[in-house]
Ligand binder design. Sequence first.
Ligand code: NI
Length: 171
Amino acid sequence: MILDIIQYPDPRLTQRAVELTELTDEIRTLVSDMAETMYAARGGGLAAPQVGRAVRLIMVDASGPDERNDLRVFINPRLTVLDPTPVEDEEGCLSVPFNYRAPVSRVTGVAVDALDMDWNPVHVEAEGLLAVCLQHELDHLEGTVFLDHVSRLKRMLFDTRIKKWLRRNSP
Ligand code: NI
């Protein structure tokens, strides 16, 4: 089932997500629905808070963009910085309207320790696009969106645009 993706500036995007304590059928369904939702929206990553579930569950697929076939699911993920060298690239987010994209500074190398879809421990070390995706999705679990990392001027211009849009489209 394709789920609604919560859009900025919805306050649910600013909440810290809680750990999952066990694998239930409900969580299995959530994983499958989130994957369907992410692929339907042509996104490279999705975090549970973006579909209104404040739990520590993220997924990324850094393959594509034409064909995505590398789904990775992380439950209760913990991030370690392996290479702190800053790297800047444009990011967007399925929860940020207008397909808005802006440069964000991230670290080059990270490791993620988590549980997979079968509740087995996984350890992934990543650089490049996958590392950026992981940092972006982990942020969602802390209630952070990439807009929180862009320059104050860019953020102000974007918020002004959003406010105008919301005013025009409110009943
Ligand atoms: Ni995002």
